[in-house]
Ligand binder design. Structure first.
Ligand code: HEM
Length: 728
């Protein structure tokens, strides 16, 4: 160092500038630096000082904003000027508050924060004061003890645009309109009578689902009429059903080794990487196949199943392409002349399972209950794509309404947001148009039933009779009661049967409100059930030994062939425990839907001003080691006591350690429908199939990380092989 300083002094002799003084100092402080080093880096000085200045500015700004925020929180006052005592929480940034921290997996981030700040925590979603609830006791307090105070919903611009100003059941503020919608839903959809209807149609639709999964697994083109109904049964063996018993494997087992990543290979085999919207296109390759069966993506198939169940009960008929096919078949086999009807065969279908355009036209024209001779239904092609359109619209809705949208909470940014809101309104309007289409078709159908007494087999009443007989038309759909007097154009306010029986008629309840109610039921009932079923299947695949236990329980109690009744399934401890454990691990609505304080309140000594958004982090509670031992372990056994399902562990909203459907006034009204549906589908699939991972994939390869949205779903769902058990 001495030499360096000496040479430096020589070089610089005679011009001892401020710069050289600075260099000397640097060398004195940092003995490892040489003069050459410093000279070569001299050019970087301006950049360095710029960065330093920026850093200082950022630090100063954040400290100041932190102080300001602290001051704002500490100084928050109520309307009477009284100083508020808010629950503690992380310091917010100016303008955006804590939003930037919540961009991915907000339920997990908030659970982590709650470890530091406690069961009640204040955060700022932009300018919106938000209370986060993360313990059973606090959840009970806000959802039950003070349930009325917190029963409302906040309505940020996205939700507002989606729900036409909060007129949709799930997003409506607590008040007369919500009460009326909820009551109509309870009486008209969730009544025991209607649930019996659901049970009947579910049995039928599950058969079709099984067929569809097998058809897709076989590559989508094999002829399989009636193939599955008998799979694995004695009758099948007698009939020589092509699949049973133990047919010769169609292909030698293929592994995905030609592709470097087995998981990627499987997605390719199942029709491409499964993007968030669930790519369910037909199989296109042999990688990942087993006994000639290819892996099938689950989301769209299960979604169609849930959608068909609901559209049958609500609008009178299923809408998925597969069901359109079955309806066409029912008409064709009913004795009606087929001269006007070209029956599509499965072999004609393109691999994605959607029929070609000509077939679509035929099916929508001839087979759909919505379409009658004389073709009043308008666009036939659109008709047959209805399920796809529902699927797209519900997924878009889950994404737009479910994600944390910064401008929702930052009014000053809304100007840049108008295009987005336009888009949300567009999605909502598409949904509404679809719903109105179904309502209109039902109206035409009913008019025809009333007015058509012709007996010709080419008239609609013949088709309808055939479909009724096949159980594919619902003679008593919910929409008939909700809209008992639809106008032909569907635009004027219908007289509403239900409305006239309700006491709180002070509320406007017209076509828009009725339509939004039906939309809410379809939206809330499809993706939730689908996602839960997918998570159950994924957990079964992740735990083969538990799948074996569950199969053994089903085999022993029900056998492989009997269609179980609801009571049969309700009484199976392991099946229910498995479902509950899945709901605990992967509650598809991890923070329920947001609630809102309707008036000033005090919770556990903390002030909660009117208008505060309340997020109940049920995911955090169901993963809290203080509440659940080893919460990260998947252990259905925790729900079983003395060999029976523990009766205080039901997700009916009474147990605040386990309430994936919420609790109190806004509890999910579809709880029973959801539980019976998932139970039934899972049981039927296990009775009929060996549900398997594609070759090369190990249980531990399964990634169940959640994809964010209003309803969460596995980000990378694994396609699955459904092998008829008779082949095993
Ligand atoms: C596994 C399936 C399901 C789960 C996990 C689930 C969960 C939930 C949750 C957590 C809420 C919010 C509760 C709250 O904010 O306190 C909710 C609300 C709702 N759910 Fe479900 N749900 C499921 C299936 C269904 C089904 C099948 C339907 C109907 C067809 C349905 C209809 C609704 C409606 C209409 C609401 C809004 C209730 C209101 O705001 O008053 N859900 N659901």
């Amino acid at each position: 160092m001495g030499a360096d300083v000496g040479s430096f002094a020589e070089d610089m002799s005679g011009k001892l500038t401020a710069e050289s003084v600075w260099m000397r100092r640097m060398i004195a402080w940092c003995p490892w630096l040489s003069v050459d080093d410093l000279r070569s880096h001299l050019a970087l000085l301006p950049l360095g000082s710029l960065i330093l200045t920026a850093l200082v500015c950022v630090l100063t700004a954040s400290s100041l904003s932190w102080l300001v925020a602290k001051w704002v929180i500490a100084g928050a006052k109520d309307r009477r000027g009284r100083k508020l005592r808010l629950a503690p929480g992380p310091a917010p940034w100016p303008i955006v508050g804590n939003l930037l921290q919540l961009q991915r997996h907000p339920h997990r981030v908030l659970a982590k924060m709650a470890e530091q700040y406690g069961e009640l925590m204040t955060i700022h979603m932009g300018t919106a004061l938000t209370l986060v609830v993360s313990s059973p006791a606090a959840a009970k307090e806000v959802l039950l003890t003070q349930g009325t105070t917190f029963a409302s919903r906040p309505l940020p611009p996205t939700a507002n645009a989606w729900s036409h100003g909060g007129r949709s059941l799930g997003l409506a503020p607590y008040g007369p309109l919500w009460r009326k919608q909820r009551k109509i839903a309870s009486v008209q959809l969730f009544s025991p009578r209607r649930m019996a209807q659901v049970d009947a149609v579910r049995r039928k639709l599950t058969n079709f689902l099984e067929e569809e999964l097998l058809r897709k697994g076989q590559g989508g083109a094999q002829k399989q009429e009636g193939s599955l109904r008998n799979v694995g049964t004695k009758e099948a063996a007698e009939e020589g059903n092509g699949l049973s018993p133990a047919p010769t494997p169609l292909l030698t087992e293929t592994t995905s080794s030609s592709l470097p990543n087995p998981v990627a290979a499987v997605h390719v085999a199942a029709g491409g990487i499964c993007h968030p919207a669930g790519n369910e296109r037909g199989p296109s390759g042999a990688a990942g196949t087993m006994h000639g069966l290819q892996p099938v993506h689950l989301r769209e198939n299960l979604f169609h199943f849930a959608l068909d169940t609901l559209t049958y009960v609500i609008f009178g008929s299923p809408v998925s392409p597969a069901m359109q096919h079955h309806m066409a078949k029912a008409i064709a086999t009913s004795g009606c002349s087929t001269s006007t009807m070209r029956m599509p065969t499965r072999a004609q279908e393109p691999e994605d399972g959607l029929e070609d355009d000509a077939t679509r036209r035929i099916m929508s024209k001839e087979a759909s209950l919505h379409t009658m001779e004389g073709g009043k239904s308008g666009d036939d092609v659109k008709d047959d794509q209805m399920a796809k359109r529902f699927y797209d619209v519900v997924l878009s809705m889950m994404q737009v309404v479910g994600m944390v949208q910064i401008p929702d909470f930052v009014p000053s940014l809304r100007f840049f947001y108008r295009g987005y809101l336009q888009y949300v309104r567009g999605v909502s309007n598409t949904f509404r148009a679809l719903t109105l289409e179904l309502i209109e078709k039902r109206r035409i159908f009913q008019q025809n039933v009333a007015g058509n007494s012709g007996s010709s087999c080419t008239t609609l009443d013949h088709h309808q009779a055939a479909l009724r007989e096949a159980g594919l038309i619902n003679p008593d759909a919910m929409v008939d009661t909700v809209f008992n007097n639809l106008s032909p154009s569907g635009t004027s306010t219908p007289k509403n049967l239900v409305a006239s029986t309700m006491k709180d008629d002070d509320v406007v309840y017209g076509e828009t409100e009725a339509c939004l109610l039906l939309m809410a039921l379809v939206a809330a009932g499809t993706d939730t059930t689908t996602s839960t079923t997918v998570f159950v299947l994924m957990e079964l695949l992740r735990h083969p030994e538990k799948m074996a236990l569950l199969k053994a329980e089903l085999d022993e109690a029900i056998g492989m062939h009997k269609v179980p009744s609801e009571t049969d399934l309700e009484n199976l401890p392991y099946l229910n425990a498995f479902l509950y454990e899945t709901l605990r691990m992967h509650s598809v609505s991890p923070m329920l839907l947001p609630h809102q304080a309707m008036k000033d309140a005090v919770v556990f000594g903390y002030d909660v001003p009117a208008g505060t958004t309340v997020l109940v982090n049920v995911w955090a509670i169901m993963h809290d080691p203080k509440v659940w031992s080893e919460p990260w372990e998947f252990r259905p056994e925790r729900f079983i006591r003395d060999g029976l399902l523990a009766d205080d562990m039901h997700p009916d909203g009474k147990n605040f350690e386990f309430f994936p459907f919420g609790s109190g006034r806004r509890i999910c009204p579809g709880i029973r429908l959801a539980l019976t549906t998932v139970r039934f589908v899972v049981s039927r699939l296990l009775q009929r199939f060996d549900v398997m991972l594609p070759p090369g994939i190990k249980p531990e390869d399964l990634d169940l990380t959640e994809q964010d949205g209003l309803v969460i779903f596995p980000e990378n769902p694994m396609p699955v092989i459904f092998r008829p058990r008779s082949m095993g």
